[in-house]
Design a protein around this ligand. Structure first.
Ligand SMILES: Nc1nc2c(ncn2[C@@H]2O[C@H](COP(=O)(O)OP(=O)(O)OP(=O)(O)O)[C@@H](O)[C@H]2O)c(=O)[nH]1
Ligand SMILES: [Mg+2]
Length: 445
């Protein structure tokens, strides 16, 4: 495809030892001949002077990457000059003069996508790699970039395609008027295998998504169980109001808690219970929202009251799934601090005396590390998970159709499932999707 050549500074603004300018386009050697003092050689670092007419702009190292073996798939040049903004801007102006325009954010990677150098998942992973905030996120972005995530998606798509073919052959070549039982059994077997694959991939992707978004823990429980006290103790500051009155906290308040080198969000919530008080009701509705958006819950129980039927009902009513039970106020019940290995785990503490607080911190740390273990996960985005879930929903509908021996419906649901999952790879992406992805890139990438 004939495109206009583009250029951009690829290093961050400010002064630095070196600055890098990238150029991508067609027939770059000819286009840029007049500005370099020497001819460039493919994949060789050459010391050249950059001249605007006869004025020296800088002496630089320039590397030429001949199409198609370059990042964008077009001809590319990297100019490594002195890291001075005035010098770099003057080189950009010179490039503009010879017809090379400034690149938009992510435009180099967008060209790489159009030239099949990367797929959409890899393009997204490149942006995530650049903005990854810790070593786990870097590892997970590398996993996506290496193509492992795309390979798993392709494998699922291939399996759906094979099942589609199976269904089509039963539709087109019926052995008799009735749908043969054996074919339906085989199709259902294939569907259940694919559903298991999708389920696994959604799990890994959700973990990866959590790496992109800071993990959130909500501290929940009945009024006066000591939620705000616990948060203040973890934060080591008097952040939330604590009183002996029930219903002190009325809003959900999100704080940032530092754990070693990482940060998690921790939300103090209004105590949940049955009430007719209008303000409390609103607070409890907010607690429910916080529970829904949190990754884990620390459910606080006043140990003096123990875990009551009301607590159990609240856990069920608010659909609290991934949680620890923290029994607080053991200074009153005169118990020793401890942590159990039960499911859910129980931690016995006294926020007042500080007994067992190290166990709460250790538990949060361990949970954070296991959530963030990046060995086998992909730095997925919300878009990937939505597509996987959409594909999963259509597969479940296919299975229902198989039960009802409704083959046309089955074929259609399989087609929709295939469409949803293959769209992760960016086959036929919409203009809006591309704009959304590439505008979040830095200029020069
Ligand atoms: N004895 C004892 N009292 C505690 C302990 N932790 C908290 N309290 C007291 O329990 C009362 C309620 O504490 P909060 O932290 O406000 O409880 P909460 O769960 O945030 O309450 P709401 O915001 O009303 O839902 C206060 O008087 C605290 O001092 C503890 O470990 N031992
Ligand atoms: Mg409170």
């Amino acid at each position: 495809m004939k495109t206009q050549a583009i250029c951009a500074i690829a290093t961050p603004p400010g002064s630095s030892a070196l600055g890098i300018i990238r150029i991508s386009g067609n027939d770059l050697k000819n286009l840029t001949k007049q500005i370099f003092s020497k001819d460039l050689l493919n994949r060789k670092a050459i010391l050249v002077s950059i001249l605007d007419d006869k004025t020296l702009l800088d002496n630089c190292i320039s590397i030429f990457y001949e199409t198609p073996s370059s990042y964008t798939g077009e001809d590319m040049i990297e100019i490594i000059c002195h890291g001075n903004q005035v010098i770099m801007n003057s080189i950009l102006s010179l490039l503009n003069k010879i017809g090379v325009r400034l690149a938009k954010p992510g435009e180099f990677t967008e060209r790489a996508l159009f030239n099949d150098k990367v797929d959409l998942i890899q393009a997204e992973a490149i942006s995530d790699l650049i903005s990854a905030s810790d070593s786990h996120a870097v590892k997970a972005a590398h996993n996506s970039l290496s193509g492992k995530f795309a390979d798993e998606i392709k494998m699922i798509c291939d399996k759906i395609l094979a099942t589609r073919a199976e269904v089509e052959s039963v539709i087109n070549f019926p052995e008799d008027d009735d749908v043969p039982e054996l074919s339906i059994t085989n199709i259902k077997k294939s569907l259940s295998k694919i559903l298991a694959d999708i389920e696994g991939l959604i799990k890994k992707s959700k973990k990866g998504l959590a790496l992109n978004n800071r993990p959130t823990y909500a501290v929940v429980g009945k009024p006066n169980s000591g939620k705000s006290s616990l948060i203040n103790s973890l934060l080591r500051e008097d952040a939330s109001i604590v009183t002996s009155k029930t219903g002190t906290t009325r809003d959900s308040i999100c704080y940032q808690l530092n754990i070693d080198d990482s940060i998690i969000n921790i939300i103090d919530t209004a105590g949940i219970h049955e009430t007719n008080d209008e303000v409390e009701k609103e607070g409890i509705a907010r607690s429910a929202l916080s529970i829904a958006k949190s990754d884990r819950v620390l459910y606080l129980v006043d140990d003096d009251q123990g875990l009551t039927e009301e607590d159990k009902n609240l856990i069920e009513k608010y659909d609290i799934k991934d949680y620890f039970l923290v029994f607080n106020k053991i200074d009153i019940t005169k118990k020793e601090p401890k942590i159990t290995t039960t499911k859910p785990q129980e931690i016995y503490v006294s926020v007042k005396t500080g007994q067992g607080m190290h166990l709460v911190e250790q538990t949060i740390k361990t949970a954070f590390e296991s959530d963030n273990s990046s060995e086998n996960i992909y730095l997925a985005r919300g878009r990937h998970i939505e597509c996987l879930q959409d594909g999963q929903k259509h597969l479940i509908d296919s299975d229902k159709a198989a039960n009802e021996k409704s083959l046309d419906f089955l074929a259609e649901e399989l087609r929709l499932s295939h469409l949803a999952i293959s769209s992760i790879l960016g086959q036929n992406p919409t203009e809006e999707l591309l704009t959304e992805i590439f505008t979040s890139f830095c200029i020069g990438k």
